[in-house]
Design a protein around this ligand. Structure first.
Ligand code: NDP
Ligand code: MG
Length: 380
């Protein structure tokens, strides 16, 4: 079957790799229906020329896009994502902007290949409930969740999810080295080449915390039954333990092409791109250890926020995103990221937002408070 797909965030790390996968699979397998980007008009124009989409959206600089009727803003993202011509939509956008287009697509019965983990961190209960109601598949693109998805036969037989983490660039660095690290060191991830925000989150291990929350919602598994294991080689992408004690893991060399390809071609398992083979006899060793919560307090905080639920993950996620961008802008140091998230997390009182508008209101309040803190004295 030939699928029609739209890519929201086509100019990013996931978006461009998805287009490589689609090109490799061939025009008889996929047709690009819509492309949406933030500001990279040069790359978007190249993609339009190559893939001839029917719909295009860009949030900034729309005048520079070579397309007949360019959509803009959040309405444009929603328009493309929810268009019933789509068989599937890849949510490869970063940050909070993925949530509303995802819900709009679900409400029109369109399957989602989900890379944007913020969607589930902010509104996992609502998104999964709506997906069930509208009979929509949420297919994970995040490599750990793709691994788990590939391992699970019957969810009710599973007793535990084991999520692996490479440990990022600071796994073997001292607290002193981490405290005095610059942006370049933080962005130097040993295994994965990704967008800047997620790369910083991979250094603080906040990313792993977000992934535990993501896994909790995707697979409906209790936090007590999700374990994080440090595995520097990133060969075991994650594993599940069955109630009989058997563990099934998914292995392979690190590559995002494979989980993207798996998600968009599901339930088939097509391979336009084949990862280099992983050889058991050549790898020599695989290491596993427990995460050090003192060294990586963001992970501890994220796990606590996930357990608490309600407003906690929303507050933590928004404060973290603002703090990470302030770090990337050179305004704060690496250690300040946690300090800021911790302060805001404890400052904003708990509540239970039960619809999307309330979630976005809270998200906005947190970002304002975080920006105030960032511009004021005290933390910097
Ligand atoms: P990038 O920063 O590389 O790409 C983000 C994409 O979103 C770009 O196309 C960007 O457009 C677009 N975008 C950002 N803001 C807007 C906006 N307001 N309106 C429209 N488009 C927007 O991020 P990644 O590809 O690394 O990550 C994307 C998502 O996937 C994140 O949620 C991340 O956590 C998740 N993920 C990423 C992995 C990876 O390997 N990269 C692995 C697992 C999950 P432009 O560049 O034109 O401004
Ligand atoms: Mg991941």
């Amino acid at each position: 079957m030939r699928k029609r797909i739209s890519i929201i965030g086509s100019t990013g790390s996931i978006g461009t790799q998805a287009l490589e996968v689609i090109e490799a699979l061939g025009a008889d397998k996929f047709e690009i229906y819509g492309l949406a980007a933030g500001s990279n008009t040069g790359l978007l124009n190249e993609q339009i020329k190559k893939f001839s989409p029917k719909k295009v959206c860009i949030t900034k600089n729309s005048d520079d896009v070579n397309f007949n009727k360019v959509l803009t803003g959040e309405e444009g993202l929603i328009d493309i994502a929810s268009d019933k011509e789509n068989d599937i939509v890849l949510m490869a956008i970063s940050g909070r902007y993925g949530l509303k287009p995802t819900l709009a697509a679900i409400h029109n019965g369109i399957d989602i290949a989900l890379a944007n983990k913020e969607t589930l961190v902010m509104a996992g209960d609502i998104v999964m409930r709506e997906a069930k109601k509208y009979n929509v598949n949420i297919l994970p693109v995040d490599s750990e969740h793709s691994a788990i998805h590939q391992c699970i036969k019957k969810l009710s037989d599973v007793s535990k999810l084991i999520i692996t983490a490479s440990g990022g660039p600071f796994l073997n660095k001292s607290s002193f080295e981490m405290e005095h690290s610059d942006i370049k060191q933080v962005l130097h991830h040993p295994r994965w080449k990704m967008g800047k925000k997620i790369t910083v989150d991979s250094a603080t291990l906040m990313n792993k915390g977000l992934e535990v929350i993501e896994a909790h919602h995707l697979f409906g598994v209790d936090y007590d039954n999700i374990e994080v294991v440090i595995h520097p080689q990133s060969v075991v992408h994650s594993a599940i333990e069955y109630k009989d004690g058997s563990i099934i893991a998914q292995l392979g060399l690190p590559s995002m092409h494979i989980p993207i390809q798996y998600a968009i071609t599901y339930p088939e398992r097509l391979y336009g791109i084949k990862s280099n083979s992983f050889s058991f006899s050549e790898i020599a060793r695989l290491d596993f250890s427990k995460p050090d919560f003192d060294k990586f307090p963001c992970l501890k905080l994220a796990l606590e926020a996930g357990r608490k639920g309600g407003s906690s993950p929303i507050v933590m996620n928004a404060a973290n995103e603002e703090a990470v961008y302030a770090f990337l802008d050179g305004k704060i140091s690496y250690n300040n990221i946690y300090d800021i998230v911790y302060k805001i997390y404890n400052e904003i009182s708990d509540c239970t937002p039960d619809n999307i508008d309330e979630i976005f209101e809270l998200d906005k309040e947190v970002r304002l408070k975080t920006k105030e803190l960032l511009s004021g004295a005290g933390i910097v």
